[in-house]
Design a protein around this ligand. Structure first.
Ligand code: GDP
Ligand code: IMO
Ligand code: MG
Length: 430
C-alpha cells in the first residue's frame, strides 16, 4: 500500500503532525501538497517538541525524503527560519525538496491579509494573518510569483515591480496605508532565493520515481476538510483544498496512484477562528476540554474553540475524502469526563437532515442531536492495545465507526510516539 493520503477530518489541529511522524518511520517520502505556514503541526519525539509550519512532519526521520509540493504557498522567510530551527535542534534537512512551481508568499500578501481582516471587522474570517488567502488569490489571478521565478533574478524583479504597482495602489487608495518598497523586498528575497535554490526541483518527477519503485509515499494534509475552500463552511475556510483530492493537483500525481486515505479525527472537536461550529461548548465544559487538551493554536497561540465530537461532519468527511481509515487522536483528553456526548445528527425545522448543509443559514438553525455516553474515568495514556482500552472508551469509538462506517486503524492516547495504538498497519514492515 505505498501511496497514503493523510488528511484532517474536522477543522484542523486533529493531530496530523503526530500521526504523520508516526507513519513516517516506514515512509520513504512525505509530501505536503497544500496550505502554507498557516499550519502548525506539533510533534513530540522523546523529550523534544517540534513545531512545524511548512516543512513536512516526516523531516524528523533522517532517511525520509520530504517534499514541499507545487500546491503549497511558501513564505521564504518562514522557510529559512524553519530550516534554521531544525538545524539548531540537530535535524538533518538534506532530504528536503521544494517544488519549483510552488507559489511564493510576498510581504504584500501578509499586509493584505491583515488589512482585509481589519476592514471586514465583525465579518472577519479570523485568518492566521500569514498571507495565505492573498497568495492563493494571486495564483488564481495569474499574478503570483513561483519559486522558479524567484530563482531568476531578472524575472523576479520584473514581476515584483509590476505587482507592487498594483498592490501599492490598493494599499494607498483603498486601505489608505503606505505602500511597500521594491528595493527592500528585492534584496531580502534575493537572499532567500540563494537558500531555496538549493532545494528547488520539479518535485513531481521524484514523487513519480518513488511511486514507480513502489516506495512508501505519505501525503501530509494541512488544515481540515471543513476548512476546504469548496467543501468547508465557506466563507469561513482557508484558501486551499485540505481534502484528499487536492493531492493530485498539489503534488502532480494521478488519482489512480492513491491507495489509502486516512482521516485524522480528534476524539472531540475544535476550531480556531470564526465560523459555524454546531457542537461548540461555551463556558465551563468547553474550558475544561481546552485545559485538558491544551487547545491553544500552534501557529497563533489563540485559544481553540472546543466542543463535542460531531459524527455528522465526520460522515461528510468520509464521503468527500473517500476515507478508508481513520486515526482517532487525543482520546486521553476525555479520560476524566463523567459524561461524554456525540452528535449523531442535525435537526432542522423539526426534521432530521441527511447531509451536511451547504447554507450557513441552515447550519445556524440546526440543532445537534446528541447521544450521551458514560465516561471511562480511567487513564488511557499508558494503554498499548486496543482491547485494553476501557470498555466505555471502546463503546464510544465503536458507535462512531457504526455511524461513519469507517474503523479506527490508529488510536492515539498521548502526544508521544509511543502513545499510539495500532489496530491495522497502514504501512507493513515489508
Ligand atoms: P495538527 O495541526 O493536526 O498537526 O495538530 P496540532 O499539532 O496543531 O495539534 C494537536 C496537538 O495535540 C499537538 O500539541 C500534539 O502534540 C497533541 N497530540 C496529538 N495527539 C495527541 C493525543 O493522542 N493525546 C494528547 N494528549 N495530545 C495529542
Ligand atoms: P493545521 O494544519 C486550524 C483557520 C484559521 C481561519 C481560517 C482561514 O495546524 O490543522 P487562513 O490563515 O488559512 O486564511 O485562515 O482557517 N486555519 C486553521 N485552523 N488548523 C490549521 O492548520 C489552520 N490553518 C488555517 O484559523 O479560521
Ligand atoms: Mg495545527
Amino acid at each position: 500500500m505505498p501511496a497514503v493520503v493523510l488528511i484532517g477530518a474536522q477543522w484542523g489541529d486533529e493531530g496530523k503532525g503526530k500521526i504523520t511522524d508516526y507513519l513516517a518511520e516506514k515512509a520513504d517520502m512525505v509530501v505536503r501538497y497544500q496550505g502554507g505556514n498557516n499550519a502548525g503541526h506539533t510533534v513530540v519525539v522523546g523529550e523534544n517538541e517540534f513545531k512545524l509550519h511548512l516543512i513536512p512532519s516526516g523531516i524528523l526521520y533522517p532517511g525520509t525524503t520530504c517534499i514541499i509540493g507545487n500546491g503549497v504557498v511558501i513564505d521564504p522567510k518562514v522557510f529559512v527560519e524553519e530550516l534554521n530551527y531544525l538545524h539548531d535542534k540537530g535535524v538533518n534537512t538534506d532530504g528536503l525538496r521544494v517544488s519549483n512551481r510552488a507559489h511564493i508568499i510576498m510581504p504584500y500578501h501578509i499586509l493584505q491579509d491583515k488589512l482585509d481582516e481589519e476592514y471586514k471587522g465583525v465579518n472577519k474570517i479570523g485568518t492566521t494573518h500569514r498571507g495565505i488567502g492573498p497568495a492563493y488569490m494571486d495564483k488564481a489571478g495569474r499574478t503570483g510569483i513561483r519559486v522558479v521565478d524567484l530563482l531568476d533574478e531578472e524575472e523576479f524583479g520584473v514581476r515584483l515591480k509590476r505587482n507592487l504597482l498594483e498592490k501599492n495602489r490598493l494599499f494607498n487608495k483603498v486601505y489608505e496605508v503606505e505602500g511597500l518598497e521594491f528595493e527592500k523586498i528585492f534584496e531580502e528575497y534575493k537572499g532567500y532565493a540563494k537558500i531555496i535554490g538549493k532545494y528547488a526541483i520539479d518535485t513531481s518527477v521524484i514523487i513519480h520515481e518513488y511511486l514507480a519503485e513502489k516506495k512508501n509515499v505519505l501525503f501530509e494534509g494541512a488544515q481540515g476538510t471543513l476548512l476546504d475552500i469548496d467543501h468547508g463552511t465557506y466563507p469561513y475556510v482557508t484558501s486551499s483544498h485540505p481534502v484528499a483530492g487536492a493531492v493530485c493537483i498539489g503534488a502532480g500525481v494521478g488519482p489512480l496512484e492513491i491507495n489509502d486515505v486516512i482521516g485524522i479525527v480528534k476524539a472531540y472537536t475544535t476550531r480556531v477562528g470564526e465560523g459555524p461550529f454546531p457542537t461548540e461548548l461555551i463556558g465551563e465544559e468547553g474550558n475544561r476540554i481546552r485545559e485538558c487538551g491544551n487547545e491553544f493554536g500552534t501557529t497563533t497561540g489563540r485559544p481553540r474553540r472546543c466542543g463535542w465530537l460531531d459524527a455528522v461532519i465526520l460522515k461528510y468527511a468520509v464521503r468527500i475524502n473517500g476515507l478508508n481509515h481513520i486515526a482517532v487522536t487525543k482520546l486521553d483528553v476525555l479520560d476524566k469526563l463523567e459524561k461524554i456526548k456525540m452528535c449523531v445528527g442535525y435537526k432542522y425545522k423539526g426534521a432530521m437532515l441527511n447531509d451536511f448543509p451547504a447554507s450557513l443559514k441552515v447550519l445556524a438553525q440546526c440543532t445537534p442531536i446528541y447521544e450521551e455516553f458514560d465516561g471511562w474515568m480511567t487513564e488511557t495514556s499508558g494503554v498499548e492495545k486496543y482491547e485494553e482500552l476501557p470498555l466505555q472508551a471502546r463503546i464510544y469509538l465503536e458507535r462512531l465507526s457504526e455511524i461513519i462506517k469507517v474503523e479506527p486503524a490508529i488510536v492515539a492516547v498521548g502526544a508521544k510516539r509511543s502513545q499510539t495504538i495500532i489496530r491495522e498497519n497502514i504501512y507493513s514492515d515489508s
